[in-house]
Design a protein around this ligand. Structure first.
Ligand code: GDP
Ligand code: MG
Length: 440
């Protein structure tokens, strides 16, 4: 991710009191390269870098953040801004049915997304959608939608491939009115490339159906092309929003970054897989973190800042970073951490945490914190520093001394072990980054 690229530069400016212009310049070189590599529109990159530089230069460095982290914080905020606010609401017509038209190139994911959207409308909003098969050109396109309809137990309107898509749309809407469907989702045809015939047909459908939403479906994996496609469709059809599919396979995030600023139309949903429930609201902030490749480290730091005083936060962060965290520290921090929110949530925010096996099961029950404190207090100094010496006999003694059970002692030791492993892994990653000069 972008964060990796920034590591080396970050090392150099660690410990400075102010972020200097030269520091920012060096980091912005990395940002620019990384964004271009991620296939972000060059105009967008230029604007972005200028904006971040302006904001980052001369900032006082917050006590609990290193200058590098501070610049990353600005980068993240601006990335989020670039992608716009969260916009996952769907229009509702004053008089039902609400008509949604799906458009896009062939293979972008229109048919699949039509099914996903209908599924979401029913499940989340309790609506009664009608799916409309208006792609009469692609072989088996009608069948594909019918199969999805069957799978979802939702009705599909089709008239075969001998009736024009415009006529199909017209009759589908009539039927939806008769049968009191509140949503009509029209799955249209795509081509491999944009051409006049395709646009002509889509414009005709638009005229007849007067859709409340025109969602453009684009494939995230096509990067810069997706942005060009979006711009072209928007110029000709005036779309209302974009659905970015196959984000599960896109590691760079270039399309997500440029679409909004190029088309001025929001990304409303993202496709995260082939299954019918793999459609999610688009969260610009999460996407920014993902592009930065750093988990939600910043959120963690921010939480630390607001709940714990700055000195303590810095200490905690340092311990996380150096993995020199003992059971005694654990006990020390428990009180602090308690104010920050559920411990397992905090741990999940740490970079790399999602990759660690068993992290999902790593749960710290708030109610058990008292027990945890008692258990740690019942340990000897040596046990706290070297928990590996705590054998069965010692476990029994600790359980007895703390008024808990051996199982609880076991659980705590296991959780602590997991945490240590995770921290080791994090420091390991940083060390590796250092040796290679921080580039990946
Ligand atoms: P259409 O030609 O635009 O109607 O595209 P389809 O809906 O037929 O989808 C083309 C292919 O992309 C199919 O194999 C889908 O399963 C796949 N697909 C669609 N959306 C996603 C997604 O979000 N993630 C992944 N991994 N595959 C997707
Ligand atoms: Mg299709």
């Amino acid at each position: 991710g972008l964060a990796d690229r920034l590591q080396a530069t970050m090392q150099k400016i660690r410990g400075k009191g102010k972020v200097s212009e030269a520091d920012v310049k060096a980091m912005m070189r990395e940002v620019r390269l990384a964004l271009l590599e991620a296939d972000v529109n060059f105009k967008v990159v230029k604007q972005f870098v200028n904006k971040v530089s302006e904001r980052a230069v001369g900032q006082d460095v917050m006590k609990s953040l290193t200058p590098g982290q501070q610049v990353i914080k600005v980068v993240k905020e601006e990335l989020t801004e670039l992608m716009g606010g969260e916009q996952s609401q769907i229009a509702t017509a004053k008089r039902p049915p609400t008509v949604i038209m799906m458009a896009g190139l062939q293979g972008a994911g229109k048919t699949t997304t039509t099914g996903k959207l209908a599924n979401l409308l029913r499940k989340k909003y309790n609506k009664k959608p009608l799916l409309v098969a208006a792609d009469i050109y692609r072989p088996a396109a009608i069948k594909q939608l019918e199969t999805l309809g069957k799978q979802l137990d939702l009705p599909v309107f089709s008239m075969g491939d001998k009736v024009s898509p415009v006529e199909i749309a017209r009759q589908a809407i009539d039927k939806a009115k008769e049968e009191h469907h509140d949503y009509v989702l029209i799955d249209t045809a795509g081509r491999l490339h944009i051409d006049n015939e395709l646009m002509g047909e889509l414009k005709e459908i638009k005229e007849i159906a007067t859709p409340d939403e025109i969602f453009l479906v684009v494939d995230a994996m096509t990067g810069q092309d997706a942005v060009n496609v979006a711009q072209n469709f928007n110029d000709q059809l005036e779309i209302s929003g974009v659905i970015l599919t196959k984000l599960d396979g896109d590691t760079r995030g270039g399309a997500a970054l440029s679409i909004r600023s190029v088309t001025e139309k929001p990304i409303k949903f993202v496709g995260m897989g082939e299954k019918m429930d793999a459609l999610e609201a688009f969260h610009p902030e999460r996407m920014a973190s993902r592009i930065l490749g750093m988990g939600d480290m910043l959120t963690l730091i921010e939480k630390a800042q607001t709940s714990v005083d700055e000195e303590k936060a810095k200490e905690l962060e340092q311990k996380f970073r150096t993995a020199s965290f003992t059971l005694d520290d654990f006990l020390d921090q428990l009180g602090q951490v308690k104010n920050m929110g559920p411990l397992d949530e905090l741990l999940k925010m740490m970079p790399g945490a999602n990759k660690i096996k068993g992290m999902d099961n790593l749960q710290v029950d708030e109610k058990q914190i008292g027990h945890v404190e008692a258990i740690i207090r019942s340990m000897t100094m040596k046990e706290k520093e070297q928990p590996e010496i705590i054998n069965a006999g010692r476990r029994r003694r600790i359980a007895k001394g703390s008024g808990t059970s051996v199982q609880e002692v076991n659980r705590l030791l296991k959780q602590f072990e997991e945490m240590k492993k995770m921290m080791k892994q994090m420091t390991g990653m940083q060390q590796k980054g250092k040796k290679k000069g921080g580039f990946k």
